[in-house]
Design a protein around this ligand. Sequence first.
Ligand code: 0A1
Ligand code: ZN
Length: 877
Amino acid sequence: MSEPQPTYLSDYRPPAYRVTRTELTFDLDPNATRVKARLHVERHPEHQPGVPLELDGEQLALKAIAIDGQPLQPDEYEVDEARLVVHRVPEAFLLDTEVEISPDANTALSGLYRSSGMFCTQCEAEGFRRITFYPDRPDVMATFSTTVIGRAEQEPVLLSNGNPVERGELPGGRHFVTWEDPYPKPSYLFALVAGDLSKVEDHFTTASGRDVILQIWVEEENLDKTDHAMASLKRAMQWDEEAYGREYDLDLFMIVAVNDFNMGAMENKGLNIFNSAAVLTHPHTATDAAFQSVEGIVAHEYFHNWSGNRVTCRDWFQLSLKEGFTVFRDQCFSADTNSAPVKRIEDVSFFRTAQFAEDAGPTAHPVRPDHYIEIGNFYTLTIYEKGAEIVRMLSNLVGEEAFRRGSDLYFARFDGQAVTIEDFVDCMAEASGQDLSQFMLWYSQAGTPEIDAHGDYDYATAEYRLILRQRTPATPGQPDKQALHIPVHLGLVGTKSGRDLRLTLDGESLGSDAVIHLREEEQEFLFTDVSEAPIPSLLRGFSAPVRLHFPYGREDLAFLQAKDSDGFNRWDAGQRLALLALEDLIAAHRNGVEKVMDPRVVEAFRSLLAAEADDKAVLAQMLTLPSEAYIAEQQALVDVDAIHAARTFVKQRLALALRDDFLRVYEAHGIDAPYAPEPEQIAARSLKNVALSYLMAIEDEAGLELAHEQFEADHNMTDVRHALTLLVHSSRGDIADPALKAFGEKWAHDPLVMDQWFAIQVSRPQPDVLDRVKFLMEHPAFSLKNPNKVRALIGTFANQNPVNFHRDDGAGYRLLADTVIELNRLNPEIAARMITPLTRWARFDETRQELMKGELERIRAEELSPNVYEVVEKALA
Ligand code: 0A1
Ligand code: ZN
């Protein structure tokens, strides 16, 4: 096999031929589906007449080919494992092909495959080429007509994009439906579903008064798990009209739930296909977090109808054009529907843990990469979440109103087109009159910028001098970085008054809260008329995706945690304070000296618990220590055992010192009302459950009893799962084992609950867990072919159980590598994703580095898919 070759952004050219209309007929069969395609093709004016026609195609058996009705002779075309080339074609013509494909043999879940007996498709990014020969690139946009033929009994429901226009019976117990999608679309938005599905239906009246039918299609036993997704969809439709002036454009909007799916969900035009985990909820099977995630994903896919479908990407390097913008849109939607500060805290905690790690590792890449081997490897936190942070910065830079004008301009100007990130940013520049040229560097430079800040106050002149220095570390292929345009949202909090002081910069009064612009490598900001000595509150709301260093003392942090007017920074100050304490304890653990708890952390927690919280959800966040993964992210050399020991020690000390407070909080927040996934209840549950975690950290008798009762009460999955997790992660197997067994038996029929059952067990910190993972891999409910199962069992173990995954005998690494090797054959996309923790070897001690690299080498020795090849090569480069 030859080495896979990269594709470069700089090589972009428009397609030689475009397709204006695509007519498809699928004759479905599990092993031998026939796909007939009639393409209306014309040469692109930028290419020379006579240029050969090249179509993408993989794993297709070509059965017939004709141009304008004339079958081609064998010497008129060539087919290899990646494409079909027709040497001579007219300027404009009809191409007819027929191919055979095998949905049942498709374990990669890209193209047409079967999941729990039903046919479904996944075409983004390059799956359509596994369905038919086609210019499978997003800048080829056609209207589609799709006829689906299936067995009336096994596939009573036949769906595709757009509107159904014809249906009928056929001989041999078969039937068909024809769908017409009037909006030109790229092939990656094509979808087909066929199977024995049931639906719930609702409707939505758009701002202009059109009635849209909304359908959610699921397996019959899941009909009772669709209410929340439907309600979320309607809220999202309403929100997009109000916030962005965007109306839905077809008469029908469908969502389908499938059990086997590589990602969360897919925005196919008019026919969104969802991982069942991203759509199904029920109070007894889904946690609050799952309810919120479903709401966000339903909204995300719906928002793509404009940011992605009506206006799409010119090429896959522009992926963040649709993803960064759409994630920003769904984040704002969720903030508006739930607790806005908590949404921001959750998003930023996750971002600073996982995206920062990606940006610091061997697979770091810019938000707009300039080359890739396998685009499937670029559905990353950088493209999605950092892309969203960039759009958020843009929105803050130009202001809300100009941002809306810019987005209106973008949708109006580029409707029906495939465009670039410049096109988007140009609209924002035009609408705001601002120069965003330096800002564009955010898209081309990888790596997390670091800001070193320091400041001093001069009592004599009442001036506060703030000096900011920025630097972006080298990343693979990018040794030297330029200075970025970084918006720093800040306040100066008076140490006497505890209030935000008025800000005067260069003679201009900025109010008490402002954004300053760091554009140089080093810049000094001189605030005048500062009436008292301040502590700066920097990067409020996480105004830019950077690491900020400021030499805060612990007293300063305790002060900011209590006084900062910015809720996000109050939380962040608490996290920084806890981190300082944790760092001492990590050092103590490593040096084998006695651990001593910083009393300031205890006092900070005591005040939090004593105050009447106005936002319980925020309080729950403030009472949550930084995760082990986040602590690791702060360390140059990660010592998983010391981190675990230090964090456990802090939790226990807090629990011992504040036991009665936690007990009181727990008892005050029991909820008797029927479960509802609404913000107030969610807040109360999270606060109560945080309190229970502390009590369980010391295995307090009252805590154990409460956890057991909470499990037995079986009120809702949020409480049940939390209680069960605490029990299983405790030393009390006598209580945990029967509970775990009962839970597993009760939910054996429900794959989404079984995923949780797997995850709870393999995240246990106790040292016997590796055997448990191996044992569970043999469990009848586990399958390597199902991505949710792989994520729940192997993914949870490798990413959320650091002390066991990083065992110093390398057994955790070996297990992951074995899994990757098997998945490489079955499902390359999932295989490549699963490697991530091994790619982070450089952060560990030498012994572990050698073990991790050894496993990467062992993977490299296999015959690899391009997906796995690209990741392993980068990791070992
Ligand atoms: N566009 C989808 C994500 C998605 C990407 C790739 C997929 O298959 C490889 C599937 C879904 C979204 O952003 O939701
Ligand atoms: Zn998306």
